[in-house]
Design a protein around this ligand. Structure first.
Ligand code: GPU
Length: 829
């Protein structure tokens, strides 16, 4: 169809500009064109939201351009690819991060200002993509960004939930959940790939068939659903490489048997078909627990099956022989949620590619790596056998076969130790028979990673002890990290500029170890002045947000003390509240003179509770009733103010973290696998008050004990304390604050009874009483340090300077080199 004589490709090249242009005039033209042709508004009249949409589309064009180049480059080089499988990604907003990574932020800001708009104002128009619950999901997002920045050939796979994590609304101090229909206003950051679809099968039966005298299993499904790909480009920083997060959406299948509808009502039949979409419609809001719901299992398999088909299709486009599969494919299982992938790959290699068991098994054993994010056996996914057998009959057979071989081999290695055999078996016997997905993942993966050093020790000595003793070589850890592009450059532009100025380079944005250079200036008074200014700017921003949200005016001289994360008993938000009550009680009982010495505090808490987690919801309510009392006590004034930040999510975190003076990480030692919010606070020069848990232990090594406020029992002390039960000594102050709640000092006496019962009289599993005295001491130490401005600022600088280890760039590089065996593949244009 193109001109004679010239090749088609040449002709197309001739028709296009080489790259989209990024000068202010071209950008303005692009934005106005998108106003007119994409948003369909007049270029002479459009509002902030429409301007945001047009802006987002012009950025998207640039993402697509780079992503195509990256794809072409990857196809040509055919490197080993990493496939990152996760059911949760907390991406937050995309605009600022994209323009910064594309290196066109200032150009866009200029172009917009010439059109009469302000970049920051438009950026605020964007909603959050909350396709995940908490730390695990945000970790996936940080890791995708690092994979792109470090030029690794990677693809992320996930689900395109129509409803993200619920929006938290507080009414009368109680949490209410509202649906997050985040796609309502369209999503400029995704590209619908209506031609990339795969059929996913469910239910049905398995029959034996003979082909060329070989016996094969054939799965005849009872239901089929289509998976459609939606691609979300992820640009790297300081590189042209742009990778993709491919999210699957469920659509009714065309292969539906319409015959069956003839007897029924046509409209009902179509409505029924439409139900297929429900598979990808909602994110389950309970982190770390699988409720045994069929829909949730369907979701997992839907995601797994579509991803595996896509991976195998890509492999077959370039290769004929499956023996090369492990040289080209690394599959990373983000926790147990996607571990059905193992059975699915096995099924495809056996039943569709006819490789035979031994060859298929050999391949499977070389391609999977598994990362676990928990220390608690209760968080490991178990699927009831009946449920799995009805939804995925062939997969159950395969899992049984894998288990049979495993147990037979195990017997040869460890003898007939039936207790241990039962513990290690993939099948859990009991009133309800379950499939233990973690055991399946460990048995079939070449590497099992923990998320911090301490976590890995706990895996080896507790959770996965039996497996560690069998296969010590499989167990490793990669301490988590977060991306400094999102958590400093995007969220804290003032600090970003300050760091670059003092280091004399922006290179730390790609090479975070350079931050250590700030240590040389830790006592420099000029830096101190500028550092304090930056903190002030961020505190003003946060104070304005608090006022807009709650009407509460907070003093900028007060210490902003922040505790934001999912609400869980083990994270001990309750300890913080008890500490606040104690502080209040002390202030009330002080004379005027002593009051003058009190360090004013704004105590900020934020975080969602799973809708069915009663105790977590009571903790939220307790904070509110205590806040009500204290904030309205004229006797207290600015000495103590309490703020609950509702609907804590990525974009709220971007605002809160830079404005914090102190942040709290209070998990009972041995319960937080890693913790990642602490890393974001640390990078932003916020001091930490923490237990020696998860990654905190490694932070102490990086910044020194003098620069962090530590408290509480150490991991090895926890079991003995628990054992003491009712005999455990707890300080009188602790009993006093619990009594205040019990006796109705803050109202809702009956409602809080069960909460008080849970921390008294030997029931205090998370050891709030045992750790209380040392918690209060650590808080006093923080107060003391805060009044010494010079000391505080020095500590703050040393925190940021020592945070280099906690970049996801380091984590990803370790994974790439030690676990996945992948190399950078940089697109050089
Ligand atoms: N984590 Br399991 C979650 O956010 N959700 C989960 O369901 C499970 C773990 C967190 C860990 O609690 C946290 O310690 C860790 O830093 C994070 O995953 C990322 O590894």
């Amino acid at each position: 169809e193109f001109g004679e004589g010239k090749g088609k490709a040449e002709r197309i090249f001739g028709l296009m500009d080489v790259f989209l242009k990024n000068d202010p005039i071209s950008l303005q033209k692009d934005i106005l064109d998108h106003v007119e042709f994409t948003v369909a508004k007049s270029r002479f009249s459009f509002d902030d939201f429409e301007a945001y949409q047009a802006l987002a589309h012009s950025v998207r064009d640039r993402l697509i351009e780079r992503w195509h180049d990256t794809q072409i480059h990857f196809s040509k080089k055919d490197p080993k690819r990493l496939y990152f499988l996760s059911l949760e990604f907390l991406m937050g907003r995309s605009l600022s991060n994209s323009v910064i990574n594309l290196g066109v932020r200032d150009q866009f800001a200029d172009a917009l200002s010439q059109l009469g708009f302000e970049f920051e104002v438009l950026a605020e128009q964007e909603g959050d993509a909350c396709l995940g619950n908490g730390g695990l999901a945000r970790l996936s997002a940080c890791q995708m960004e690092s994979l792109a920045t470090l030029d690794y050939p990677a693809i992320g796979y996930g689900l395109r939930y129509q409803y993200g994590l619920f929006r938290q609304v507080i009414l009368d101090g109680f949490q209410h959940e509202q649906p997050d229909y985040w796609l309502n206003f369209g999503n400029p950051w995704e590209i619908a790939r209506i031609h990339i679809t795969y059929t996913v099968k469910f239910y049905g039966t398995v029959t034996d068939e003979v082909l060329n005298k070989e016996k094969y299993k054939v799965w005849v499904p009872g239901e089929m659903v289509e998976a459609v790909a939606y691609d979300n480009p992820i640009p790297g920083y300081g590189t042209r490489n742009t990778i993709v997060l491919r999210l699957w959406a469920a659509k009714p299948s065309d292969q539906h048997n319409m015959e069956a509808y003839n007897t029924g009502d046509y409209v009902d039949a179509v409505v029924n078909r439409q139900r297929a979409e429900s598979i990808s419609s909602i994110l389950y809001p309970d982190d770390r627990s699988y409720q045994g719901k069929e829909l949730q299992l369907k979701q997992q398999y839907f995601f797994v099956s579509a991803s595996v088909q896509d991976i195998i299709r890509r492999f077959k486009d370039a290769h004929k022989n499956f023996d090369e599969f492990p040289e080209k494919v690394a599959l990373q299982l983000n926790d147990t949620h996607p571990s059905l992938t193992i059975a699915e790959v096995m099924r495809v290699l056996l039943d569709e590619e006819h490789l035979g068991w031994n060859r298929a098994w050999d391949i499977v054993c070389k391609i999977f790596s598994f990362t676990t994010h928990t220390v608690s056996p209760d968080s490991l996914v178990k699927i009831p056998v009946d449920l799995l057998g009805s939804l995925l009959p062939r997969h159950l057979q395969i899992i049984y076969d894998i288990n049979f071989n495993f147990v037979e081999n195990l017997k040869k290695m460890i003898g007939l130790d039936y207790d241990r055999l039962a513990r290690m078996s993939i099948v859990e016997e009991g009133a309800v028979k379950n499939i233990r997905m973690a055991n399946l993942a460990i048995i079939c993966s070449h590497t099992v990673n923990g998320v911090s050093r301490l976590h890995s020790e706990l895996l080896k000595t507790k959770l996965f002890k039996d497996f560690y003793e069998l296969w010590p070589h499989k167990f490793h850890y990669k301490t988590n990290g977060v991306t400094q592009r999102r958590w400093i450059v995007v969220s804290n532009p003032s600090l970003c500029a300050l760091i670059s100025k003092w280091l004399g380079t922006e290179a730390w944005i790609r090479d975070i170890d350079l931050l250590i250079g700030l240590r040389d200036y830790a006592t420099n008074s000029e830096l101190h002045q500028e550092w304090k200014m930056v903190k002030k700017v961020n505190k003003i921003r946060l104070a304005e947000y608090i006022e807009a949200m709650s009407g509460l005016k907070v003093s900028l001289d007060a210490m902003f003390d922040v505790h934001t994360k999912r609400v869980h008993e083990y994270k001990r938000q309750l300890l913080n509240i008890l500490g606040i009550i104690h502080r209040y009680d002390c202030i009330k009982n002080m004379n005027k003179n002593d009051r003058r010495k009190v360090v004013p505090r704004v105590c900020i808490i934020g975080g969602k509770a799973a809708p069915g987690y009663e105790m977590a919801k009571k903790i939220i309510k307790l904070f509110h009733v205590v806040a009500e009392k204290i904030n309205n006590d004229n006797d207290i004034g600015d000495l103590l103010k309490l703020v609950f930040i509702p609907d804590y999510n990525v974009s709220v975190a971007e605002l809160v973290i830079p404005g914090a003076d102190l942040s709290q990480h209070l998990s009972t030692a041995g319960h937080e696998a890693s913790g990642t919010s602490s890393m974001k606070f640390l990078m932003n020069g916020c001091l930490l008050l923490a237990t020696e848990d998860g990654s905190t232990i490694e932070m102490i090594e990086e910044i020194g004990r003098d620069n962090i406020f530590l408290f509480g029992a150490a991991v090895h002390e926890v079991p003995a304390l628990r054992k003491k039960g009712p005999a455990l000594k707890v300080p009188l102050q602790f009993l006093r604050v619990v009594r205040m709640i019990r006796e109705g000092h803050f109202g809702f006496k009956d409602y809080f009874k069960s909460l008080c019962d849970k921390i008294e009289g030997g029931n205090d599993y998370f050891l709030l009483g045992a750790d209380f005295a040392s918690y209060i001491e650590a808080q006093a130490a923080a107060d003391k340090a805060f009044v010494d401005e010079e000391r505080w600022t020095k500590m703050s600088i040393l925190c940021a300077a020592g945070s280099g280890k906690f970049s996801s760039d380091r984590t990803i590089q370790e994974y790439a080199e030690k676990t996945w065996g992948i190399q950078p593949c940089r697109c050089a244009f």
